[in-house]
Design a protein around this ligand. Sequence first.
Ligand SMILES: NS(=O)(=O)c1c2ccccc2cc2ccccc12
Ligand SMILES: [Zn+2]
Length: 259
Amino acid sequence: MAHWGYMTTNGPSTWGKDFPIANGERQSPIDIVTTAAEYDSDVLGSNALSTNYTPESEVKLVNNGHSIMCQITKKGVLTGGPLGKDEYRLEQFHLHWGAEDNRGSEHTVDGKMYASELHLVHWNASKYSSFADAVQKPDGLAVLGIFITPGVACNQFKVISDNCGKLKTSGAEMTVDTTLDPTLLLPSNTSDYWTYLGSLTTPPLFESVTWIVFKEPVEYSKEQLLALRNLVDSDGNHMQDNYRPPAALKQRKVKKTFT
Ligand SMILES: NS(=O)(=O)c1c2ccccc2cc2ccccc12
Ligand SMILES: [Zn+2]
């Protein structure tokens, strides 16, 4: 099986061959049609979404051939909002981006694409014993989606963007002896978000993700975005445009926590 990727020959339009769930009922990403999203006060009121992350004392970075990933070793908990009382543990974060600033995010908002999208991946530690156990369960995973737009540099992201040069090739890994607080990667407003039931946006495309996409984008500098574009993927090409286009919404409703 030709390895999946984002080229014409192995990109999102070909994934259905080896992963039939690509045409499933709850695939991600989606285009968020803001006027169709339903305000849901109880998602907001009863128990607001809350993150309680422990800063990493060292940063473990991996070029996994499809993205740049930071493996999380400390205890970090996401709960509340659509997750109810279940506690989801932070496992890793990674990003998707374009070759130019006009594209790169996976979710779109009324058809608007951002330059990049950061994903913080969590698994339901209240119900499952490990990430591997949770990854295929319908309530197994929760991913925070943060839109990224060109602007001022994000200081907390510097440890990643400053080391992309040393992680150029697929499979490269490194541990940076510095702290990183995942909380500082979030937008200042974490109350306003859209949420819906979806999937991994890369093969195996398991339909196990509760998506929480923040309305407020964060800014990364042009240099930080360029650092991502200079990474090399598993095919030896520049790692760019590593985003899946929106999938069909089908019988789903997107909820929002703001009016
Ligand atoms: N884009 S993604 O967040 O769906 C995603 C994952 C989501 C949940 C669990 C594991 C995931 C692993 C990924 C690895 C690379 C790129 C996206 C990934
Ligand atoms: Zn992702």
